[in-house]
Design a protein around this ligand. Structure first.
Ligand code: DGL
Length: 272
């Protein structure tokens, strides 16, 4: 199906490796309550961050193909790792359907916020090694210094629901100790799982540092894009997101309720 055949009733497709992208779902729901949302969490293959570029690009193509079955009017890549290493794969796999990645929105917001031109970025191993944030930030402002730190254990901790757990505090201390000394005034949560651990991250990094969560920026960009293309759903009817997962871990329901503040809607298992 091409974009010309779509209408405002078509859904917004969103995907991530696991539950992290729910932070984006929440922001989209708040900004665009009438939109139908299809969310795919690749819970059978999470985490993506420690995997190779070849594997991440393959997963990105699979995830896009799953969402394309639902004829989305836009695809949101609610995963920084895929946004950093495989956005072109998603774009290629969905023809002329527009694609929005979290990385560019986060980079733009960080550039708008920094006053001292020193931005910290935390993300998965793959995102940090790709240098994609530094490139996106320096494309907007070459004078900004970007200090990056991979925090791979944050993803399993978030997936486990270890939100305020002493282990998470210990791990945060280990990862953020060095970046805290770097005189940054802005810290980008460059992985959609990290806002789930935001409180611990904020406490550990210390006061006076502005935290960037790209979810809200992505929601605003989505509204802008749908509005420009005449595809904004103005029905006024709120709908629950349609959830797809590749595995249903026991904790999924509990975590969903915790982050979304609502009961778990029906979840469909899909094969990847
Ligand atoms: N939430 C994803 C991201 O934003 C992926 C985390 C992972 O699976 O390692 O990068």
């Amino acid at each position: 199906m091409s974009i010309e055949q779509l209408n405002s009733e078509n859904p917004i497709g969103i995907f991530d490796s696991g539950i992290g992208g729910l932070t984006v779902v929440k922001a989209i729901q708040a900004a665009l309550p009438s939109e139908r949302l299809i969310y795919f969490g690749d819970t059978a293959r999470v985490p993506y961050g420690p995997k190779s570029q070849v594997t991440i690009r393959k997963y990105a193509a699979d995830d896009t193909a799953i969402l394309m079955r639902y004829q989305p009017k836009v695809i949101i890549v609610a995963c920084n790792t895929v946004s950093a290493l495989a956005l072109d794969v998603v774009e290629k796999s969905c023809g002329n359907i527009p694609v929005i990645g979290v990385l560019k929105s986060g980079a733009k917001l960080a550039v708008e916020w920094t006053n001292n031109n020193r931005i910290g970025v935390i993300g998965t191993q793959a995102t940090v090694c790709s240098n994609a944030y530094a490139c996106a930030i320096n494309q907007l402002d070459p004078d900004i210094e970007v200090i990056s730190q991979a925090c791979p254990l944050f993803v399993p901790l978030a997936e486990e629901g270890f939100i305020n757990h002493p282990v998470t505090k210990l791990v945060a201390e280990h990862y953020l100790g060095e970046i805290r000394k770097q005189d940054i005034d802005t810290l980008v949560l460059g992985c959609t799982h990290y806002p789930i651990l935001r409180q611990v991250i904020e406490e550990t990094i210390g006061g006076g540092i502005h935290i960037i969560d790209s979810a809200e920026a992505v929601a605003l960009r989505t509204r802008e894009l749908l509005s420009e293309s005449g595809l904004l759903n103005r029905s006024g009817k709120a709908s629950v997101p349609h959830l797809l997962v590749s595995d249903l871990p026991q904790k999924f329901s509990m975590l969903y309720q915790l982050f979304m503040g609502s009961e778990l809607p029906d979840v469909d298992l899909v094969e990847v």
